[in-house]
Design a protein around this ligand. Sequence first.
Ligand code: TXE
Length: 479
Amino acid sequence: MNIQNYINGQFVNPIHNEWLNNYNPAKGEVYSQIPNSTIEDVEMAYKSAKSAFKKWSLTSLEERSRILIKISELLEENLQQFAEAESLDNGKPIWLAKAVDIPRAASNFRFFANAITQFASESHESVGHNAINYTLRQPIGVVGCISPWNLPLYLFSWKIAPAIAAGNCVVAKPSEVTPMTAFLLSEICIEAGLPKGVLNIVHGLGTTTGQAIVEHPGIKAISFTGGTVTGAHIAKVAAPMFKKLSLELGGKNPNIIFADCDYDDMLTTTVRSSFANQGQICLCGSRIFVEDSIYEKFKTDFVKKVKTLKVGHPSATETKVGALVSKPHLEKVLSYVKIAKGEGGKVLCGGNQLTIKGSENGYYMEPTIIEVKTDECRVNQEEIFGPVVTIMPFSSEEEVLQMANKVKYGLSATLWTNDLKRTMRMSNQLQVGIVWVNTWMMRDLRTPFGGVKDSGVGREGGFEALRFFTEPKNVCIKY
Ligand code: TXE
């Protein structure tokens, strides 16, 4: 099936009729073509968004909300089709897309449909001056949303739902590696009655299509999720144009395990936080630090459990770990196993590419645990973004805190302990945007989401997202 751009409420081919191959990572085969859009396609999408803006920005909150809820319902009705498409495009197990990706995408639309009806602005009475100030929260205009391949529809909708809810019109680009569910979403938007031009989806490469969105002088805000290097580049391009920026970038998150934790719960969740989605989640706990008194026990139990994880074709129900997203990405992840060995790391399990019968050309890899000697080695410092975690012991709270913070990233951290005072102390001092205590990736969509340091700037989620997608304007009235 060929994917088309969705511009001005219609499906269109790229202006230059150039196409890119889209791969099925489970088989390593091309299965569709996507537009290789250029600056001209982006211009067309921008013009469509711009002409829709005035009317959409004046559309009542109830009406915007009603349409977003309809989109959410249609996603739920088409859960199976979307889950299969996401799995085919990305390599993740179908059951995972069905349990997490698509339901959460539907929740994103529902959440922001409701949130916009509760979004209020402030007023300040200037007592003694006979004046009152009130703040308008006005939509920005045309905004750009650029999303990655690891949680394709989930992260795409996480941006476009608040952007549209707040009254903006959008030029969006999903990752060229996983464009299918964004394409299917366009069909749903038409069915839900989203006015034409409110959402425009342009497919293509980051360096051309994505770059054209970021460079476009009329696109006043960019919400981006992806790699840190790309994020830094986007910031550089956007800064001289004073664009509003929200950047959600990489992570190298510590998973800190104290001896007083609920052990079984911790072990089960740690397997998940290490290898869910083939380890391709920016929130995965890829650096595991274990208090030395339980280190040997943990090591034995963790390795035993991880060895039982079934790697296989994404459509098999028993598959726990599917295919990695692309060949270059698999090669990158495998290269880190080599790097680990070179710097004295010990591979406790996994480490190899896997061949799956019937899918011999797919991008499979064994879940891998590397015991590292020092937290300063490259595998412990650089984002690998695959089924690879490091483990090492620690002896005190101070020591582990220092190691946890000694990376350039600062997205999330997980703490396993039942000591309340320690929880408070450490949560205060961890240099991250999100701390999970005795759990992982539990999400409440009202909470601020994002990181510090090289993990990005700005926050998504809840009213933070609605604030990002609006400009505050103060009105001062003297009476
Ligand atoms: O992401 P890119 P890549 C990390 C992970 C991964 C690394 C690189 O470590 O190995 O980043 O992944 C678009 N202007 N994460 O190269 O390139 C691109 O088309 C505008 C973490 O695949 O950052 C895609 O739509 N857009 C992460 C999106 O940016 C550009 C999730 C993300 O792709 C662009 C993914 C440009 N110049 C990878 N260049 C997370 N935070 O969850 C690329 N793009």
